[in-house]
Design a protein around this ligand. Structure first.
Ligand code: ZN
Ligand code: FE
Length: 255
């Protein structure tokens, strides 16, 4: 049985807010802070007291609500060491293999630079859950604002190495557009085709496509498949995972 309860709700135009509650200790952490008012009101509805914030990266749709939530709750803010001066109200800077506790539940930090220079993810191994911010999306990955394709391939490799059954909580609902693009690079991938039709159905019912499962992404998400020979051939970079990834990323940027 799970030792945590995860409450997910839409924020801003296409972000997700997450509150993670550990009932034994009564602790609650908020994963990123896209919208302080919305997050505080969702916590109130649950009667959960926010005791922590875990930031994945500095972008305003991820850390913009930090100070308002801290002021309202006196919570502790944990975020990436690589972005220390950019995270409002940061109390504890963490990096690769730092351990973060929510009551009795432990999260391990992964450094996953690429979208931003210090981006981190939180992996809860006993729960088979990972919060990946804007690094990995359902059928997509984050844009490379501050990092290189090589860095992002390395970061995504860390996520690919997690157990296949890991539930991946990403920060945006981008899946319908991602599916369209993914089909343009791997039109004959049967796993992708069936995934894309599930996405179309869910979105037509106004349902979220997040979270996703790592094993599903491994079979269908082109950004995790730059090591697959048929995709390397299609992108014109046989034997070169980084160049294949860079090609897919730049096609997506211009899609
Ligand atoms: Zn971002
Ligand atoms: Fe974002």
């Amino acid at each position: 049985m799970s030792a945590i309860e995860i409450h997910m709700f839409p924020c801003l135009s296409d972000n997700y807010g997450y509150l993670v509650h550990e009932p034994k200790s009564g602790e609650t952490t908020c994963i990123d802070t896209p919208d302080a008012d919305r997050i505080l009101s969702e916590a109130g509805k649950k009667s959960w007291n926010i005791t922590q914030i875990w930031n994945t990266h500095w972008h305003p749709d991820h850390a913009g609500g930090n100070l308002a939530i801290k002021e309202a709750t006196d919570c502790m803010i944990i975020g990436p060491a690589g972005e220390e001066e950019k995270i409002p109200g940061l109390d504890r800077a963490v990096h690769q293999d730092s351990l973060v506790n929510l009551g009795h539940v432990e999260a391990r930090v992964l450094d996953v630079p690429g979208h931003t220079a210090g981006h981190i993810a939180f992996h809860l191994p006993d729960e088979d859950v990972a919060f990946v911010g804007d690094t990995l999306f359902a059928l997509g990955c984050g844009r490379l604002f501050e990092g290189t394709p090589e860095q992002m391939v390395h970061s995504l490799a860390k996520l690919k190495a997690l157990p296949g059954e890991t539930t991946i909580y990403c920060a945006h609902e981008y899946t319908a557009a991602n599916a369209k693009f993914a089909l343009s690079v791997e039109p004959n991938n049967p796993a992708l085709r069936s995934y894309a039709s599930d996405v179309a159905r869910l979105r037509s019912e106004q349902k979220p496509t997040v979270p996703t499962i790592l094993s599903k992404e491994l079979n269908a998400n082109p950004f995790l498949r730059a090591d697959v020979p048929s995709l390397q051939t299609a992108m014109g970079h046989v034997g070169d995972e980084v160049a294949t990834f860079a090609e897919i990323r730049s096609r997506k940027d211009n899609f």
